[in-house]
Design a protein around this ligand. Structure first.
Ligand code: CO
Length: 292
């Protein structure tokens, strides 16, 4: 079958370095979520700072939402699989994020925003990822864009693997977003039973995947990673990508990026390079300098 796609050729797959489960926690005004990537992994998974997975049928777990809060020094990428969430920010922007859509926000020198559910029942499921900004870009002007599901590039491989390309490129197809310094790859991959999938990843980039449905076998060793687990993919010098196999239906997000190799200092919603810059962020926030 000619799909018009350029096959990803991976000669040597990365193997699983470590499998981790997230930590159940709550954030905002009491939204229940699982922190999959937390602060102790920021150095290992540079340029990624955080990944939260949320998924619940119960309104009590999400209805309180995320009222006004600030960010400075990084990017937030929210991928909403199911549900509706309204975003408002201090620059006067407003948008609705729903079923399968992505919001990509660069907080830069500072934004105050809220993310509130616009549903009182039904399933809400998705991910929020934090991606670091290079030191030179941390005080840049904030911006964001809403990308509805219909505008996200989606491909299907000859084996029937469905891929939504949020960032980076796969099988010769450009994703919705490209970022120059961190070169993030962000794929949502749906593998049907018995299928396999390959994705090229530069060996120097840090990479991980999080399975949210079913189970996937990773690498030549076919190490199994089940739903609710994250696998850090080893940076083997000879590996040029990753190979995945699925025995039954599996769904996962696959992420990779070029490390910034800069100091990381986080205090809550501020991520800078030095302690002094964090103190400055707190002073600026208290003095209303986050409102553009
Ligand atoms: Co936020």
């Amino acid at each position: 079958m000619d799909t018009g796609l350029a096959p990803e050729s991976v000669l040597h797959s990365r193997e699983v370095e470590e499998v981790l489960t997230g930590v159940p926690t709550s954030d905002g005004a009491g939204v229940k979520l699982t922190r999959v990537l937390s602060q102790p992994l920021q150095r290992r998974l540079d340029p990624f700072l955080m990944l939260d997975a949320f998924g619940s049928e119960s309104a009590n777990d999400y209805i309180a939402g995320f009222p006004n809060h600030p960010h400075r020094g990084f990017e937030t990428i929210t991928y909403m699989l199911f549900g509706r969430m309204r975003h408002r920010d201090s620059a006067g922007h407003e948008g609705l994020l729903e079923n399968g859509g992505v919001q990509w926000m660069v907080a830069g020198r500072g934004v105050i925003h809220s993310e509130m559910p616009e549903q009182e029942e039904g399933r809400m499921e998705g991910f929020q990822l934090w991606l670091n900004l290079a030191a030179a870009d941390k005080m840049s002007a904030p911006w964001y864009c809403d990308i509805p599901n219909a505008k996200l590039p989606q491909i299907q491989t000859p084996e029937g693997v469905g891929v939504t390309i949020i960032a980076g490129r796969s099988h010769g197809v450009e994703g919705a977003m490209q970022r120059e310094k961190t070169e993030p790859l962000y794929l949502d991959v749906h593998l049907p039973p018995g299928s396999s999938f390959q994705q090229a990843i530069p060996s120097g980039h840090n990479a991980f995947l999080y399975v949210y449905h079913g189970e996937v076998a990773v690498g030549e060793k076919r190490e199994r990673v089940a739903a609710g687990h994250m696998a850090i993919l080893a940076n083997q010098a000879n590996a040029d990508g990753v190979k995945l196999n699925a025995g039954s239906n599996a769904r996962l997000i696959l992420l990779a990026g070029r490390p910034l190799n800069e100091p990381i200092v986080q205090y809550g919603p501020f991520v800078m390079n030095t302690r002094e810059e964090i103190e400055q962020a707190m002073v600026d926030y208290r003095n209303g300098r986050f409102v553009s």
